[in-house]
Design a protein around this ligand. Structure first.
Ligand SMILES: [Zn+2]
Length: 75
């Protein structure tokens, strides 16, 4: 569940930063905004931490991020 931030809503941030195509495969459909550093591990909604991905690449990237986080940061 995404948290509401002070001032700008997540929808506003997403509209501001969302590109026309997936940064990995170039797919222009079904796009979402990915946090490179997850909010839970100290990431922010700044543009350097955000990446436009299609749903498929997002799912894959989230999986890698979770595996990395659990292996390296949680112990
Ligand atoms: Zn993609």
């Amino acid at each position: 569940m995404l948290k509401q931030l002070h001032g700008a809503s997540w929808e506003k941030i997403r509209d501001l930063h969302l590109d026309d195509e997936c940064a990995i495969c170039g797919d222009p459909d079904d796009l979402c905004l990915h946090h490179i550093i997850p909010i839970l591990t100290g990431g922010t909604n700044d543009s350097y931490n955000l990446l436009t991905l299609c749903r498929q690449c997002h799912t894959r990237t989230e999986w890698y991020t979770r595996e990395f986080t659990e292996r390296h940061l949680v112990e």
